[in-house]
Ligand binder design. Structure first.
Ligand code: ATP
Length: 405
C-alpha cells in the first residue's frame, strides 16, 4: 500500500494525470503516475524494499519507476519547482507543492489528483477546473502561453480530443492556431514531433485526428507537400480494415499499425520527399530505412502484383511467397492497404493465411546424409524444395527426400 509507505516517510502522495482522468471517465488505464511532495526517489526506494520489487531512478529529474515482479510499473515524480540558474542550464530540483506540479501540465483534464495518504485517502484535488472540463468534454489549456511554452501540446490536444470524443475549447483553439501561425511548432525538435505523431498514429482509429491535424495546418510539419485528399482518406480507411483483419487473425505475429498508418499518411510523397521528411522528423535509423528503401521495395512489389493481373495464369503460390517474403510484414500490409484490386488483396491474404509459415522438413544435415557435398548448392536445393512444397508438388518428408534424390 503506497499510502502507508508515504505516511511512514511523512510525505504527501498523490496519483495524478491520465489515471485520474480515465478513472473519472470510467475508462481503463493501467499507467499509474504518482507524485510525492518531497523526495520521490526516497519513496520509490522504500517501496522497493517494502514490496520486494525493483526500482530505477533519475536523480537529475527526481523521478523513479517502481517495477514489480510481473512487469507492472509505477512512475513516481517529485513535486518540485524548477528554476534555471542560467538559461539553457539543466533545471535544479527544488521540492514544492503538488499544485505547482499540476499547474505545469498540458490540459485541465490532466491536472486532477487523488490523495493516497491514509488520513485523506481518495480526496480529489481539482485546482484548475478539471472536473468541469471532463463534464463539458473540453480540452483546455491552463494559461495563455501553454502552446508557446511547449508546442508539442498542439498535437497532444488533437490526440486527446479525438480519443476522448472531446472538443478543444474556443479560447484554447484560438491559442493553438496562434502558436501554429507564429511558427512555434517549427522550433520543436524533429524527434519530439515524430514522437507526438507516432502517439497519434497509435490510437485505435487515427484518421479523425489526422483530419484534425490537417485542419490546423499541422501536416506540413511532416512534409510541406502533405495534404489531405480523397485518396489519402481511402488509403487510411483501407489500412484500418487491413490492420483489424490482420490483428484478429494473427495475434502471435504482431504488426505495427502506427507504422502502416505512417506509410499511408506519407504515401503521396516521392522518394526524395520521404527522405526529407525522415531527416526533418529525425526518424530513428531503422524506421527511416524501412519507410524509404523498404517502401521503395514495397512499391516495386506492388507493381509486380499489378502486372500479374494481366497474366493468363494466376501466380503460383511459390511466386507469391518469393515476392512477399523478403518484405517486412508491415510493408506487406502497407501494399495490401494500397491495393485497389481484390485479387491483389486475395494473394496477400493467401500469403498470410497459408504461405508465410510454410517450411520444408529437410535441412542441411539431411542433405549431407544424402551425400551431397556442402556448398552454396544447399541453398538452391532447399529453396527449390520449399517452392515445391508451397506449390503442393511435395507434401511429407518422404516426398521431400524423393524430390531431392
Ligand atoms: P496516455 O493515456 O496517452 O498515456 P496520459 O495522460 O497518461 O495519456 P502521458 O503522455 O503519459 O499522457 O503523460 C502523462 C501526464 O504528463 C499527462 O497526464 C500530462 O498531464 C503530463 N504531460 C505529458 N506531456 C506533457 C506536456 N508536453 N506538457 C505538459 N504536461 C504533459
Amino acid at each position: 500500500d503506497f499510502g502507508q509507505v508515504a505516511d511512514d516517510l511523512g510525505l504527501n502522495l498523490f496519483v495524478v494525470g491520465g489515471f485520474v482522468r480515465d478513472l473519472l471517465l470510467r475508462q481503463e488505464n493501467f499507467d499509474i503516475d504518482l507524485v510525492v511532495e518531497g523526495d520521490g526517489i526516497a519513496f520509490a526506494r522504500r517501496c522497493a524494499e517494502r514490496f520486494a520489487c525493483r526500482f530505477r531512478s533519475h536523480e537529475k529529474f527526481g523521478t523513479a519507476v517502481i517495477i514489480f515482479e510481473d512487469g507492472f510499473k509505477v512512475d513516481v515524480a517529485s513535486a518540485r519547482m524548477e528554476y534555471y540558474s542560467r538559461p539553457a542550464a539543466l533545471p535544479t530540483v527544488e521540492y514544492a507543492s503538488i499544485k505547482l506540479d499540476l499547474f505545469r501540465r498540458d490540459f485541465t483534464i490532466n491536472t486532477l489528483a487523488i490523495a493516497l495518504n491514509r488520513g485523506r485517502y481518495g480526496e480529489l484535488l481539482d485546482f484548475f477546473g478539471g472536473q468541469r472540463d471532463l463534464k463539458d468534454k473540453a480540452i483546455r489549456v491552463l494559461h495563455n502561453l501553454s502552446f508557446v511554452e511547449d508546442p508539442t501540446r498542439v498535437f497532444r490536444a488533437v490526440r486527446f480530443e479525438q480519443r476522448l470524443g472531446f472538443r478543444i475549447g474556443r479560447p484554447t483553439e484560438h491559442l493553438l492556431r496562434g502558436a501554429v501561425r507564429q511558427g512555434f511548432v517549427e522550433r520543436v525538435g524533429g524527434s519530439r514531433l515524430f514522437r507526438e505523431l507516432e502517439l497519434i498514429l497509435r490510437e485505435p482509429d487515427p484518421w479523425p485526428a489526422v483530419e484534425r491535424l490537417a485542419s490546423f495546418d499541422l501536416l506540413r510539419f511532416v512534409h510541406p507537400q502533405l495534404k489531405l485528399d480523397k485518396t489519402l482518406a481511402r488509403v487510411f480507411a483501407e489500412a484500418s480494415r487491413v490492420v483489424h483483419w490482420y490483428q484478429l487473425l494473427f495475434l502471435e505475429r504482431p504488426c505495427r499499425p502506427w507504422l502502416i498508418y505512417f506509410l499511408c499518411l506519407t504515401s503521396a510523397l516521392g522518394r526524395e520527399a520521404m527522405a526529407e521528411a525522415c531527416r526533418r522528423l529525425n526518424v530513428p535509423p531503422r524506421i527511416a530505412r524501412l519507410v524509404t528503401e523498404g517502401r521503395e521495395e514495397a512499391l516495386a512489389v506492388r507493381q509486380r502484383m499489378r502486372r500479374w493481373r494481366h497474366r493468363k495464369k494466376p501466380p503460383a503460390a511459390s511466386e507469391i511467397y518469393r515476392l512477399l517474403h523478403p518484405l517486412e510484414r508491415d510493408l506487406v500490409l502497407f501494399v495490401m492497404s494500397l491495393a485497389e484490386d481484390e485479387r491483389i488483396k486475395q494473394w496477400i491474404s493467401h500469403y498470410f493465411n497459408h504461405l508465410a509459415q510454410v517450411k520444408c522438413e529437410l535441412d542441411g544435415d539431411d542433405l549431407r546424409q544424402l551425400g551431397i557435398p556442402p556448398g552454396p548448392v544447399y541453398r538452391a536445393i532447399l529453396d527449390d524444395l520449399l517452392n515445391a512444397r508451397l506449390d503442393g508438388r511435395v507434401t511429407g518428408r518422404d516426398e521431400e527426400l524423393a524430390y531431392v534424390r
